[in-house]
Write a protein that binds this ligand. Structure first.
Ligand code: 13P
Length: 243
């Protein structure tokens, strides 16, 4: 069975003090989480060092919210793989719709970030997904396929996570129907041609819909924004129940 990856993306939330309080409440709640589930948190850069200490010896693995494709240099506001590895970061989120939208990240840049991540032993979580206008125009599959073809070029599918995050479902409370999310995740798997590829769904995942999503055949995990900020809610997500 493919491994399950339950990841929380804290985005621009959480000071170090807040992260400490969070982990104090969260860790006891995931002690009995089944071993085949990888529980991942992506704090802001300022909290990574604190989180590395708090997560040490626990079930929690760390992700970063970005990685640059160069090992060092004049790249203000960026971060290198080596800097992340120093703090035991294991995953890195690239291609999220927010940097795509606010900083005009291209599929080519996303691919460079993901390649550099893999070259350094990090597992990229490559995010793809269509906007509501693209879906309404019937372009969703074409858009996602292009993001997959360009964003995943040259990557090893065995050391990769793809997150299907329809933009219209992010932070809106509007979850994609589980069956539709599953259909798109299945298409992604067939386009990549790797049965073992781990594919997440993201977009308004919460305790109320996690069980239904994780019961789907092609959804191997979730990438959670808002609902990962509450330790009890995210623990319920990690402790999802399937029939
Ligand atoms: P929400 O769970 O808040 O909709 O955010 C999803 C997301 O963007 C995770 O990366």
């Amino acid at each position: 069975m493919r491994r399950r990856v339950i990841a929380g993306n804290w985005k621009m939330h959480m000071t170090c003090a807040q992260a400490r309080d969070y982990m104090g409440e969260f860790l006891p709640l995931i002690e009995a989480t089944p071993d085949d589930r990888h529980v991942v948190l992506a704090p802001p850069f300022t909290a990574i060092s604190t989180m590395a200490g708090l997560a040490d010896g626990s079930r929690v693995q760390l992700a970063s919210q970005n990685v640059h494709w160069q090992s060092e240099g004049a790249f203000t506001a960026e971060i290198s793989a080596e800097m992340l590895l120093e703090h035991k970061v294991r995953y890195t989120i690239v291609g999220h719709s927010e940097p795509r939208k606010y900083f005009s990240e291209s599929d080519e840049q996303i691919n460079q970030r993901a390649r550099c991540a893999q070259a350094n032993g990090l597992i990229p979580i490559v995010c793809v997904g269509e906007s509501d206008q693209q879906r309404e125009r019937g372009e969703a599959e074409r858009v996602i396929r292009r993001q997959i073809e360009q964003g995943l070029e040259g990557l090893d599918a065995n050391r990769l996570v793809v997150a299907y995050e329809p933009i219209w479902a992010i932070g809106t409370g509007k979850t994609c129907e589980a069956s539709e999310a599953n259909r798109i995740c299945g298409l992604i798997r067939s386009w990549v041609g790797a049965m073992d590829l781990v594919i997440q769904y993201g977009g308004s995942v919460k305790p109320a819909n996690i069980d239904e999503l994780m019961a789907m055949s092609d959804i191997d995990g979730v990438l959670v924004g808002g609902a990962s900020l509450k330790p009890d809610g995210f623990a319920r997500i990690a402790n999802y129940q399937t029939p």
